[in-house]
Design a protein around this ligand. Sequence first.
Ligand code: 16G
Length: 259
Amino acid sequence: MSNSFFADGPVRLPSGGPLYLQLKRWIQDAIHNGAISPGDALPSERDLAARVDVSRVTVRKAVLQLVKDGVLLQRHGSGTFVAPQPQRVEQSLSQLTSFTEDMARRGMAVHANWLERGLYLPSPEETVILGLSSGDQVARIARLRLSGDIPLAIERASLSASVLPDPAAIADSLYKHLDKTGNRPIRAIQRIRAANLDAEDAQLLEVPVGSAGLNIERTSYLASGRVIEFTRSIYRGDTYDFVAELRLGDAPKTGGKTP
Ligand code: 16G
């Protein structure tokens, strides 16, 4: 159903730049200030052109750009809609939690599309990080992690096959599975880097190629100090805030005279 926003009152496009960009900004502003919401349908090209008093070519150009930016969705036969906007997720950087736990705490439903799982010959990098010996295998699991219909992250984890001999046995949560066998990590080092999503990852995460993403590497340890998991994840930049609590450290020694 078309939102009443498109039927009400006079239209004042934001000024400046070519008309199609003004129309694009007008639609974007309407989404940002909640006048139209995810799932709302846009009027037809002809109706929108008449309503805003611009040409159909201008409407088409603005809409095409918004589709390219992932702001609008076009469904063949049924029209153009405001794309689902993921709720931003805040994740603490001081707790070692799993994706499933993070989402459950927020009451968000979570599921995974499996991209890969099996036992393989380790790469040199996996051998070093996981401390494997020659002849050891590595278990690799790769998942697209979603909340509802919205893809949030791609996670590619490597573990020694000795701790995960049957990757197919993981039901939903890797950490829950590791917990059952006494192999849940108790500490991890996480490195976060900015990235622009390549075509493959952007397609999986349903965002335009080149969108902002967060590249996260987590190396997790058992109490014994053994590395249990090495995971490379790509999170959508528009969905995650990583939050760290900072405390005042020891004051630096100034070397000055004490009063
Ligand atoms: C988190 C971890 C990931 C871990 C996964 C287990 C980050 C960046 N990554 O997503 O390393 O493998 O949780 O989640 O936080 P699961 O138990 O739900 O499978």
